[in-house]
Design a protein around this ligand. Structure first.
Ligand code: GUN
Length: 280
């Protein structure tokens, strides 16, 4: 039976390390503040944003909260970002996605000063990751690297397959694994003979956004399986993109949903907030 990778426990360990780091910074007269912007009231976004603010409180850094109405004009949001870019007392700026349809997400992401881009979504941050220069790394993929490393799973020389090619997870995930000297394949919904490709993986990262799509016939015996999906099934219960009960018996290690990758995203966001001090 597979080892269950406990994201909740590992994220707690990281947050406790960050708490210590934050208190050292404070002792040296450096305070850190994250500005969190939410436009509209998407219920899932509200949960995420509240958890991010709670995370700041837990490690002992400040957070500023901007809750803007759904009908906020794009220009108004851009003006707020501009103001926060200029504030010396604000280290990180996070705009919760998705944004309402009338606001251009790309334009908003580009408006954030790359030195404050704690989500790592700015084209400059993504470019820096691509060519191995310092910059913020997208939190979910960075969290997955920590999950693997802290579970004693070696990446160098391994066959890694990333299922999904989003800008937030799939693409940065593949770059991070490459940085760790893995052999990386990106597979996606249009990949021919998908099962043949995913079955090559020693480490399979699933971020395809389809509930329980990955069953044991996609997985090599003894593979490590990381499930990035967060979906709700017919009963409203959370489930991943991996059929956990079917896949767990054939894998060597697997993340559950909830309690796997999810908690790591916030831990890495908080890590980026403390890192921002070095970039600024
Ligand atoms: N929406 C879903 N995940 C994320 C994230 O990591 N950051 C932001 N800003 N929005 C999100």
């Amino acid at each position: 039976m597979a080892k269950i990778i406990d994201g909740k426990a590992i994220s707690k360990q990281i947050k406790d390390e960050l708490k210590e780091k934050a208190s050292e910074l404070k002792a040296n007269g450096i305070s850190v503040t994250l500005a969190v912007i939410q436009v509209g009231n998407n219920p899932a976004s509200t949960v995420y944003v509240n958890n991010k603010k709670k995370g700041c409180e837990y490690i002992g850094i400040g957070s500023l909260s901007y809750e803007l109405p759904e009908e906020t004009e794009e220009e108004e949001l851009l003006n707020l970002i501009n103001e926060l870019n200029g504030r010396k007392d604000v280290n990180g700026i996070l705009v919760q996605l998705p944004l309402p349809a009338h606001i251009d997400e790309d334009k908003v992401i580009k408006a954030i000063d790359p030195k404050k881009d704690v989500d790592g979504f700015h084209p400059q941050s993504v470019g820096a990751l691509c060519i191995g220069q310092p910059g913020f790394v997208s939190c979910t993929p960075a969290g997955i690297i920590q999950l693997l490393k802290r579970s004693g799973i070696e990446l160098a020389g391994k066959e890694c397959v990333v299922l999904g090619r989003s800008n937030i997870v799939g693409k940065p995930m593949s770059l991070l694994m490459l940085r760790e000297n893995a052999t990386v394949t990106i597979a996606h919904s249009k990949t021919a003979d998908l099962k043949e490709v995913t079955k090559r993986a020693d480490i399979l990262i699933v971020a395809i956004g389809r509930p329980k799509m990955v069953t044991r016939d996609y997985v090599k015996e003894g593979a490590v399986v990381i499930d990035v999906g967060i979906n709700r099934n017919e009963d409203g219960k959370l489930c991943g993109d991996v059929d956990f009960d079917d896949v767990a018996p054939v894998s060597s290690a697997i993340t559950p949903v909830p309690g796997g990758v999810g908690p790591m995203t916030i831990a890495m966001l908080l890590n980026n907030c403390l890192e921002s001090v070095n970039l600024q």
